[in-house]
Design a protein around this ligand. Structure first.
Ligand SMILES: Nc1ncnc2c1ncn2[C@@H]1O[C@H](COP(=O)(O)OP(=O)(O)OP(=O)(O)O)[C@@H](O)[C@H]1O
Ligand SMILES: [Mg+2]
Length: 272
């Protein structure tokens, strides 16, 4: 059995263990990311220690540019930290071989992008089938699984429609189906409701919550929407390179900024 398979087994066994004996599914230690584009380095993540228990639904909030996407990309091994480490079931990602990392990205993690990145000329079902094809599944089997997943996200009747013809909310549902078609243990979603109006945003959040429960996922999502974030098990605020519990400081900041700008206090529903 390879290390990823044993890691997933450890997570499954840990579900029945006492909380103190349960290994975190994801953990970071001193995670730091620096970017160099101008003279000054940009440091969106400045030594982050984070831990997620199996089954948690965690919302990461923070102003635009605070590093939410950077953080999720590091957790998904889509990018590498400048220093510090990410552990998946206590396996350091830097210790994994390139083939194991590819498997981690493809099979252990489902990723929903800030922009959904669907192929507009391909059908909804073909888009959802892609991760299975990458894994070497036969096309007929991949398409059958994709259609089943489109049913789970409420789009069974749209399987044959080109992705580019779907509404924003529908495209995001297809992106969620694509992220989950390989039955990952982790769902990482980067602003999954960011481009949607309030009603569609709430619908997509409801869907993520439902799939999170029914597929026993561990879900970490970045959002600007504080009202939706508060429905998570835990809210963490990313600001000035640090991740702190709770969104209250951010909400107060956002209200203070609006008041200073003469807009007056409003319901703190968003940060964007
Ligand atoms: N490849 C890169 N090269 C240089 N700087 C980058 C790069 N990627 C991100 N940054 C910078 O790092 C900071 C964090 O960016 P990131 O996209 O993680 O923020 P975010 O919280 O996701 O923002 P938003 O809410 O707008 O999506 C920003 O200042 C951004 O300009
Ligand atoms: Mg982002």
């Amino acid at each position: 059995m390879n290390r990823l398979a044993s890691a997933e087994l450890a997570i499954e066994e840990g579900r029945n263990a006492a909380p103190e004996a349960r290994p975190p599914i994801l953990r970071t230690e001193g995670l730091r990311k620096e970017y160099y584009s101008g003279r000054q380095p940009i440091v969106p993540l400045d030594g982050i220690d984070f831990s997620a228990e199996p089954g948690e639904l965690i919302a990461i909030v923070g102003p635009s540019g605070s590093g939410k996407s950077t953080f999720l990309h590091l957790l998904a091994a889509l990018d590498t930290p400048t220093t510090g480490e990410v552990y998946f079931a206590e396996n350091s990602l830097v210790s994994l071989a390139e083939s194991e990392l590819a498997e981690y990205r493809n099979r252990s993690v489902g990723f929903v992008w800030q922009r959904h990145h669907l192929l507009p000329d391909f059908t909804a079902a073909e888009n959802v089938a892609i991760p299975l094809l990458v894994r070497g599944k036969p096309a007929s089997e991949a398409l059958r699984a994709a259609e089943r997943w489109l049913g789970e996200v409420g789009l069974a009747s749209r399987a044959g429609q080109r992705a580019g013809e779907l509404s924003g909310g529908e495209q995001q549902r297809v992106a969620i189906a694509r992220a989950l078609v390989n039955e990952p243990v982790l769902l990482l979603a980067d602003e999954p409701t960011g481009d949607l109006d309030e009603r569609n945003a709430a619908g997509v959040f409801d869907l993520i919550e439902k799939l999170h429960r029914s597929h026993r996922l561990t879900t970490i999502l970045a959002t600007h929407n504080l009202l939706l974030a508060r429905r998570a098990d835990r809210v963490l605020a990313l600001q000035h390179g640090k991740l702190e519990p709770g969104a209250d400081a951010l909400a107060e900041d956002a209200v203070a900024v609006r008041e200073a700008a003469g807009a007056g206090p409003t319901a703190a529903g968003g940060l964007g």
